[in-house]
Design a protein around this ligand. Structure first.
Ligand SMILES: NC(=O)c1ccc[n+]([C@@H]2O[C@H](COP(=O)([O-])OP(=O)(O)OC[C@H]3O[C@@H](n4cnc5c(N)ncnc54)[C@H](O)[C@@H]3O)[C@@H](O)[C@H]2O)c1
Length: 345
């Protein structure tokens, strides 16, 4: 296995990146979201000009999304398209872009059941088809598609097994359809690289996600943390800057064309252990309420990242305790700065 060092997609590798790729123009869909906003920052840092598209879906508080972009809104190399990604918007943005990073969607396993699937279909399936179709039309060099470990269902349990995609939630199905659409559009000549992200955490994490809810519950007036299941379920948690590193590499490394990669943090940890770290960091015992394991929640997820490292020259760098410490710092700052936003909503 050959792993390039230093990683040119990390801030320390900026000059290598510029020598290799110059200052490409790229588009990021879902730019104001948790992962998308970090990706925009990294791409700008690397010298790209970035068109970010986001419709500020009110599924969770759009004010958080506005805050996510505060450090980039004045950057002359960044343009924000505050709109749903319809065909005309996509055409306008993609015709100026060599790479499209497609992160927009409706994440969240639990909300994809029942009527929720209408939005999962609209924002994960229909939108992804539109992104691929328009990218082909605009002769974009490559699309990087943010897929999910949820496509594996209960199958990604160890490094030894090579799981078949077999989702156990409507959300997982919607993300897998995205991968299948990628296959269809590859046959038409579009380059698409799929990244299967495993539970991403870090500053700006979505409010529906477990770690965010845990930190919220440590506030004096915070809500009770609703623990789904017995806490022994294991997840491959992936720190957001590592996800961003893999995503940038998937856009620029030639050999990544038309490949699919797992993006995981390097170890699978139980929810119980995460709760203990959160309590230690915050110095507060969490108030919890236990509910049964909901449908669609796998017992274990394990990412197989050998190929990811080999092809992308990438390795996860941030250990869980350090990553949680950074998320905790963000959480504290956020509480302190919950003053009204000056950016129009
Ligand atoms: N966070 C994770 O752990 C995780 C894991 C696996 C996969 N993913 C995938 O990564 C992507 C980003 O996830 P996230 O956690 O940052 O979610 P997020 O909800 O914070 O970001 C998604 C963004 O897409 C925007 N959006 C939705 N529909 C849109 C539309 N029609 N037009 C324009 N913008 C639209 C939303 O407003 C939001 O800001 C998603 O596709 C998700 O399925 C995330």
């Amino acid at each position: 296995m050959t792993v390039q060092t230093p990683n040119m997609f990390e801030p320390s590798g900026i000059s290598t990146f510029r020598r290799e790729f110059g200052s490409p123009a790229v588009a990021v869909t879902g730019a104001a979201g948790f992962i998308g906003s970090h990706l925009v920052e990294r791409l700008l840092h690397l010298g790209c000009s970035v068109i970010g598209i986001d419709d500020f879906d009110p599924w969770y508080d759009p004010t958080q999304k506005r805050r996510n972009l505060l450090d980039v809104v004045g950057n002359p190399n960044f343009e924000l398209v505050d709109s749903a990604l319809d065909h005309a918007t996509a055409r306008e943005a993609f015709s100026q872009s060599s790479i499209v990073f497609h992160l927009a969607g409706r994440p969240g396993v639990q909300d994809s059941w029942g009527e929720g699937f209408v939005e999962s279909s609209r924002r994960n399936v229909e939108l992804t088809q539109r992104v691929f179709e328009t990218s082909l039309e605009c002769e974009v060099s490559r699309v990087v598609y943010a897929s999910s470990s949820s496509i594996y269902g209960s199958g990604a349990t160890s490094l030894e097994v090579s799981p078949e995609p077999r989702p156990i939630s409507p959300y997982g199905v919607s993300k897998l359809v995205g991968e299948q659409l990628a296959h269809v559009y590859r046959n038409q000549g579009l380059q698409v690289t799929n990244l299967r992200y495993f539970t991403v955490y870090g500053p700006r994490q979505r409010p529906d996600m477990a770690m965010h809810r845990m930190f919220e519950s440590t506030k004096p007036d915070g809500p009770v943390f609703v623990r789904r299941g017995d806490g022994r379920q294991r997840r491959e948690f992936t720190y957001v800057s590592d996800v961003v590193g893999a995503t940038v590499a998937a856009g620029f490394v030639t050999a990544a064309a038309n490949e699919t990669f797992d993006v995981g943090g390097g170890s699978s940890v139980s929810l119980q252990d995460v709760m203990a770290i959160v309590e230690q960091l915050s110095g507060t015992a969490m108030r919890t309420e236990n509910v049964a394991t909901p449908a669609g929640d796998p017992a274990t997820t394990v990412a197989r990242t050998n190929k990811t490292s080999e092809v992308l020259g990438w390795l996860p760098e941030v250990e869980l305790v350090e990553g949680l410490r950074r998320q905790w710092e963000w959480h504290r700052q956020r509480v302190l700065s919950e003053a009204p936003l000056l950016v129009a909503d």
